[in-house]
Design a protein around this ligand. Sequence first.
Ligand code: ADP
Ligand code: MG
Length: 254
Amino acid sequence: MSVLDLRSLSKSFGGVHAVNAVSFAIRRGEFLAMIGPNGAGKSTCFNMINGQLAPDSGTILLEGKNIAGLAPRDIWRLGVGRTFQVAATFGSMTVVENVQMALISHAGEIYRLWRPAASLYRARALDLLAQVGMREAADRPSRALAYGDVKRIELAIALANEPRLLLMDEPTAGMGARERHELIQLVKKLVVERGISVLFTEHSMDVVFAYADRIVVLARGRLIADGDAAAIRANAQVREVYFGTGKTFAGAVS
Ligand code: ADP
Ligand code: MG
């Protein structure tokens, strides 16, 4: 069974069909990229999956259960994690405390949060920080982190919640080419180990073609292609949307 199965999902804003009868599925453990020009409907799709927006019509099946229109918190509880929406970490806490809080919250101990809890889950939090390459920063205040490091902490926090599906809308926004590759490579390694499925958007075609197992392409709210890197590169409609006909994807950044 697919982890996530979108069926004829639609959402309009006034007269704009932001997402128009979009259907695709994500398999278990799949690293799926969603691409498309600005305004194609990618974020609207993400926001329907995570519950921030209710679809006008269509279904969103999470392991067979329709989650369309549920509240974000309920969708999160069902195992749909997300990262990188905003800098979600709390600046007044240390890095490791932020991750501990996620672990404690995931364990359902939210009400114990504000008691002295320095040792609670610290070992597991440190282990997660080591996995995202941030062990050294554990006892620094979160507010002191560099931008790229905040993203790594957010990844650790997302993993603390043990999602079955992770949504990442433009995780590498604002990053240079090298940092983009490093972050996506790290995400892929960590999710593959855990069998987590990922849906992500990314502007760098180099990154998409290097790491995605499969790619879906949106244009003006419609799904125009769904396939592996070779199929997407060769797809005439996709080329036309990005470049007009005849050009290649080499070096493309939209
Ligand atoms: P993408 O993430 O692919 O750039 P979006 O999903 O953000 O695209 O936007 C798709 C379309 O829906 C665009 O035309 C955008 O202007 C419109 N849109 C998105 N969100 C809203 C909103 N909250 N209110 C009105 N129009 C919106
Ligand atoms: Mg967007």
